[in-house]
Design a protein around this ligand. Structure first.
Ligand SMILES: NC(=O)c1ccc[n+]([C@@H]2O[C@H](COP(=O)([O-])OP(=O)(O)OC[C@H]3O[C@@H](n4cnc5c(N)ncnc54)[C@H](OP(=O)(O)O)[C@@H]3O)[C@@H](O)[C@H]2O)c1
Length: 363
C-alpha cells in the first residue's frame, strides 16, 4: 500500500533529496511540504510535485501549519534544521505517526519528551550513521557491546591547529565528503554535529557504549560490535538518499535505483582517533550531554546563534566553541519538564549567546 509523506523542511538539503526519493518510489506519495520562509522555492516545489498542502511555517501560526501538513499523512519526514524541529517531532508523536527523523536536534534537546515514540519504535533515524546502526541491529540476536560512529573530521581536518581559530566561512563550508546545509556543515567542522550524534545515539540506542572515530572517506557509515567480537558496518559512497528512502519505507525495503559501486574505487579505509585540541566544542557539547536535563538545549541554542554570527562574519570560527562554553558555564541545568520549559531554556541561552557575540565583536 502507498504511504503519504509529509516533508517538513522541504526546501533544505535533506528535504530536496527526499522529494526526489518520493518521486522515484512508487510506494510513496507526497502529501505535504513545509519550509521556514523560502516562499519562492516552496512555490516551485509545489508546482513541480503537486502536494495537497504547502506552507511556510513562519508565515502564520506554526503549530496550525504543522498540524495541517500532518493531517492525512501516513508518515512524517522531519528535515527542519535546529531546535525549531522539536515541535514537529512532538506533533508526530501526538498524532502517532511514524517519524523519519533527520532533525537530530529533536533528540538532542527533547529526547525526554519523545520517549513514548522512541520506545514504541516509531522514530526511524535518517542520519546516515544512525540509519546504519538501525539497519545493523535488525535481526541481530547477539548482544551489542558497542557502537562506533564514524566522522569525516569536517572541512578543517587538515588545517594546522593554529590556523583553525580564524578559518573563513568559505573554507569551513567546503565539506570534503558530504554536501549539506550550512549549519550542519559548520557543525561538522567543529564536530558539534558528531557530539549531537552521540546524544542522538544515546536516545535511540540506550545503554550501549558509543565511541567516535575519524574516517576520512565516509565510506563506512558506522559500526556495531556484538558480544562475540564480530563487527558489522554498512558501506558505500556518501548518498543521503539511501537513509532517507530507508526511513520512509521501513520496514519495507526501498526500490531506489542507486548506482552500483566497486570497492576497488574506495581506496584505503582508515580510522583514527580524534585530536582533542582540534575540536574543543565537541567536548563541551558532549559534557552538556553528560550533565543532561536542559544543558543540551542550551548548548544547541548557543551553537545556532554562534554559527549564524560566524556565517555573517561577525565572529571568528574559533569563537563558536568559546560561546558554547560561556553559555553552558552560566546555564543551570534542570530536569526537562515540558516543551515550554525547553523553549524557555532555548530563548534564555540565545540571549546569553548574543551577549557573548556582542562582547567578542566589541573587542
Ligand atoms: N544535509 C544532510 O546531509 C544531513 C545529514 C544528516 C542529518 N541532517 C539533519 O537534517 C536536518 C536538516 O538539515 P539540512 O542540511 O537539510 O538543512 P538545510 O539545508 O539548512 O534546510 C533546513 C530546512 O528547514 C527549514 N526550516 C528552517 N527553520 C524552520 C522553521 N522554523 N520551521 C520550519 N522549517 C524551517 C528550512 O526552510 P527555509 O529554506 O525556508 O529556511 C529548510 O527547508 C538538520 O537537523 C541536520 O542536522 C542533515
Amino acid at each position: 500500500m502507498s504511504r503519504r509523506v509529509a516533508v517538513l523542511g522541504s526546501t533544505g538539503s535533506i528535504g530536496t533529496q527526499a522529494l526526489e526519493v518520493i518521486e522515484e518510489s512508487p510506494e510513496l506519495i507526497l502529501h505535504s511540504i513545509v519550509c521556514g520562509s523560502s516562499t519562492e522555492k516552496l512555490k516551485k516545489q509545489s508546482d513541480r510535485y503537486s502536494p495537497l498542502f504547502a506552507a511556510c511555517a513562519r508565515s502564520g501560526n506554526k503549530k496550525d501549519i504543522l498540524a495541517r501538513a500532518l493531517d492525512g499523512a501516513d508518515t512524517v519526514l522531519n528535515a527542519i534544521v535546529g531546535s525549531a524541529g522539536l515541535e514537529a517531532s512532538l506533533l508526530a508523536q501526538e498524532m502517532q505517526l511514524p517519524l523519519a527523523l533527520a532533525n537530530k536536534e529533536s533528540l538532542v534537546v527533547g529526547s525526554h519528551l519523545l520517549q513514548s515514540h522512541l520506545t514504541s519504535g516509531k522514530v526511524i533515524p535518517v542520519d546516515s550513521e544512525h540509519s546504519t546502526i538501525y539497519r545493523c541491529i535488525q535481526g541481530e540476536a547477539r548482544k551489542i557491546n558497542g557502537i562506533t560512529l564514524t566522522a569525516s573530521g569536517g572541512s578543517l581536518r587538515d588545517t594546522p591547529v593554529n590556523e583553525i581559530y580564524n578559518a573563513l566561512p568559505e573554507k569551513v563550508l567546503a565539506h570534503p565528503t558530504w554536501e549539506m546545509g550550512g549549519r550542519i556543515t559548520v557543525d561538522s567542522a567543529t564536530m558539534v554535529n558528531k557530539a549531537f550524534e552521540v546524544l542522538e545515539a544515546r536516545a535511540l540506542f540506550p545503554e550501549v557504549p558509543i565511541d567516535v572515530v575519524i574516517h576520512r572517506s565516509s565510506i563506512v557509515h558506522s559500526f556495531i560490535e556484538s558480544a562475540d567480537g564480530a563487527w558489522k558496518a554498512l558501506m558505500g559512497l556518501p548518498d543521503m538518499k539511501v537513509p532517507i528512502a530507508w526511513a520512509l519505507l521501513f520496514p519495507d525495503l526501498p526500490t531506489l535505483s542507486i548506482a552500483s559501486e566497486n570497492p576497488l574505487d574506495w581506496g584505503n579505509l582508515s580510522f583514527q582517533r580524534m585530536e582533542k585540541e582540534r575540536y574543543p566544542a565537541f567536548y563541551s557539547v558532549l559534557s552538556a550531554g553528560d550533565t543532561g536535563g536542559t544543558a543540551p538545549a542550551a548548548a544547541n541554542a548557543a551553537d545556532e546563534i554562534a554559527i549564524q554570527a560566524f556565517l555573517e562574519r561577525k565572529i571568528p570560527f574559533g569563537a563558536i566553541a568559546t560561546i558554547i562554553e560561556k553559555v553552558l558555564s552560566i546555564t543551570k541545568s534542570e530536569p526537562v519538564e515540558d516543551f515550554s520549559h525547553i523553549l524557555h531554556v532555548d530563548s534564555e541561552a540565545r540571549v546569553n549567546a548574543r551577549k557573548a557575540v556582542e562582547l567578542i565583536c566589541s573587542q
